[in-house]
Design a protein around this ligand. Structure first.
Ligand code: PAF
Length: 306
């Protein structure tokens, strides 16, 4: 894979990233969990639907199952799998295929993944990315781009400039709005707050994001979870409570017809990211000697769905 690009993950975000890169003429391969999906993508191509205007494009793409990948050289891996996929055997596999010169861009929700990757793949360049792009996987070979957002990439100064720039340029060329951010930690905390409020409640109530603000009872529920979560995350650098509340409401509005990723997971019967979102917040509370009854409760409820 000398100087090449791989998107690891055949879910909503992985297919959106791969589809946009290929549509812009950038060589990339998709690494999927199953051989079936890889075979279908390679044979049928990837269909990329745009929500606005309903434009749909079929894009030729090369895909391989993760288990079939052997030696890769220097290159960029866009890691677009859920936190739940980051099992010890997955990390071991990744360590076997991404050499020390490789760059991995981490697109996970929640927190804790960076540390996991750093321990499992020492020496690789790890870039943290945060995205507000909305995507919905329709099936193995079709993805719908449900909402335009942006991609922020952490740039904390000790990173290799050329690598950051090449990831930035590549994603810009694929049509994404990309920003380098020196304050990604605060943005990560804010995204964690947004996910901690929207994801479990939409999954428990089984409603699209916009429905959360539709009744007074739901708003009160959101507010209670928000208050507790903001209090905990303020110990980790999050500031400006009223602005943060407006951000949560703004995301509900901007993605009003979308199903949150956690609702998509519970509908599909897949494991959710609850442990790296609300479960992580309960652990962050404990570290500060605080309790987190709302986060504990939504964690238990989401786990109890299946
Ligand atoms: O996880 C998600 O679904 C998204 O991050 C968000 C912002 C909650 C919108 O659906």
């Amino acid at each position: 894979m000398n100087g090449s690009v791989a998107v690891l993950g055949g879910g909503s975000l992985g297919l959106l990233l791969a589809g946009r890169l290929r549509a812009a003429g950038i060589e990339c391969v998709v690494w999927t969990r199953t051989r079936e999906q890889a075979a279908r993508l390679t044979a049928e191509g990837l269909t990329l639907e745009e929500n606005d205007g309903g434009r749909s494009r079929r894009i030729e793409i090369e895909a391989q199952a993760l288990e079939d990948i052997r030696n890769i050289g220097e290159g960029i891996v866009l890691l677009a799998v859920k936190q739940t996929a980051l099992t010890p055997s997955f990390l071991e596999r990744l360590a076997g295929i991404v050499p020390p010169e490789g760059t991995i861009v981490l697109f996970q929700n929640g927190i804790g993944h960076e540390e996991l990757l750093r321990n499992a793949l020492p020496g690789r360049t790890l870039l943290t990315a945060l995205t507000t792009e909305g995507a919905l996987r329709i099936n193995d070979t079709t993805v719908r781009h449900t909402g335009h957002g942006d991609i922020r990439i952490g740039d904390d100064g000790d990173m290799d400039r050329n690598r950051i720039r090449s990831v930035e340029e590549m994603l810009k060329e694929a049509g994404f709005s990309v920003f380098l951010s020196k304050q990604l930690k605060e943005a990560i905390m804010r995204k964690l707050l947004v996910n901690a409020v929207i994801n479990p409640l939409t999954a428990i109530l089984r409603v699209p994001n916009g429905e959360l603000t539709a009744t007074q009872h739901r708003l009160e529920l959101m507010r209670a979870l928000f208050e507790e979560t903001f209090g905990i995350l303020s110990g980790y650098g999050l500031s400006d409570k009223s602005d943060s509340w407006n951000v949560v409401l703004g995301v509900c509005e901007a993605t009003r017809n979308n199903r949150s990723s956690m609702l998509q997971d519970v509908i599909a019967g897949r494991p959710t990211e609850i442990d790296s979102i609300n479960g992580a917040i309960s652990r962050m509370a404990a570290e500060q000697g605080l309790t987190a009854p709302w986060n504990d409760a939504v964690t238990a409820m989401v786990k109890a769905i299946y």
